[in-house]
Design a binder for this molecule. Structure first.
Ligand code: ATP
Ligand code: MG
Length: 307
């Protein structure tokens, strides 16, 4: 089994949950509890992929500060190899503070190492060791995003499959995306991202428009499930009813489920979408993106119960 390489952000997540209200200017509020956990879309995806049973490697930039050490230890503890993780003492590791009140989640991010990553270790030789490359959250990687096109081109000619979860682009310009779409095997976006990228009024139209531009758009619809198109096949996955504790990382768990189902279990596109939908829903029952630690069997059992 060859490894899948996850390239992206490295940051810790501070989760402050059970807020008495959302923050108000010049006021102090209290919360019921807090946790410091490994964060970042790329890490949560890699860790979920590893817990499912896949072999994951990571590429990104970590600070030499305590938070960087915390993240590299978290990779080791999740079975992720950190061979392409670069280290710097010039900038601090990224931090996201998540303010969680019921289903509302507001985030404040200090980008730090996320914005400084340049991908200098991603040589053709290094990349040839992987069967699939997943890019997560490229729009926060200010010094790296312009390099993604050439990495996708290399992967294509080397027979390595690729995917991107764009996450939100705060500028809504979606720079470079047209070119990425042409080269990608799988695109993961949520409903708001799909609508912003395409200018379509709703997620279904947006998914159809994306299918004209890329091989396989997968659009996550939160509590409404997910839709995807591959060639002439459009598939809808209906939502699971779950008691939601925290939706942090649901999309990343979903991506990991889809990739694991396709790459490791060789499931069909249709089955992979349903498996991913279950992986995303199951993760909502836990606080933080990595707490679900879903195995392949956990997801299969979850799908049986949720039928
Ligand atoms: N409330 C919910 N109930 C059931 N399933 C959910 C719920 N929220 C999310 N999911 C599952 O998780 C998947 C991903 O969630 P979402 O659409 O929020 O993605 P996202 O916005 O990319 O998430 P993230 O915030 O992690 O980036 C959904 O497609 C669905 O399968
Ligand atoms: Mg997302």
């Amino acid at each position: 089994m060859n490894k899948t390489l996850f390239i992206g952000d490295i940051n810790i997540d501070i989760l402050m949950y059970g807020l008495a209200s959302m923050p108000l200017p010049d006021r102090e509020i209290t919360c019921a509890g807090f946790e410091t956990v490994p964060g970042s879309s790329a890490f949560i995806t890699a860790s979920a992929y590893s817990f499912l049973g896949g072999k994951a490697a990571f590429a990104g930039l970590a600070g030499t500060d305590d938070n960087g050490v915390f993240m590299i230890n978290a990779m080791k503890n999740s079975g992720i190899t950190a061979e392409l993780v670069e280290k710097t003492d010039k900038v601090k590791t990224g931090v996201t503070v998540n303010l969680i009140r019921e289903s509302i989640r507001s985030q404040v991010t200090y980008p730090g190492t996320i914005a400084e990553y340049t991908g200098s270790m991603l040589t053709p030789d290094a990349l040839s060791a992987y069967k699939h490359i997943h890019f997560a959250g490229p729009y926060q990687q200010l010094k790296f995003k312009s390099k993604i096109s050439s990495l996708l081109a290399f992967a294509k000619q080397a027979g390595i499959t690729t995917s991107i979860d764009t996450q939100w682009d705060a500028s809504e310009k979606w720079e470079f995306l047209d070119d990425w779409l042409r080269k990608l095997d799988y695109l993961f976006v949520n409903s708001d991202e799909a609508v912003s990228i395409t200018g379509c009024p709703g997620a279904e139209e947006a998914c159809e428009k994306l299918a004209l531009l890329t091989a396989c758009p997968v659009v996550k619809l939160g509590k409404k499930g997910a839709i995807a198109i591959s060639g002439s096949r459009a598939v809808k996955a209906y939502p699971y009813k779950v008691e939601v504790k925290d939706t942090t990382g649901a999309g990343d768990n979903f991506d990991a489920g889809f990739l694991y189902a396709i790459l490791e279990r060789k499931l069909s596109f249709n089955e992979a979408l349903h498996f991913a939908n279950a992986a995303g829903a199951r993760s909502c029952q836990f606080t933080g993106g990595t707490a679900a630690k879903s195995s392949y069997k956990d997801i299969i059992d979850f799908m049986e119960v949720g039928k």
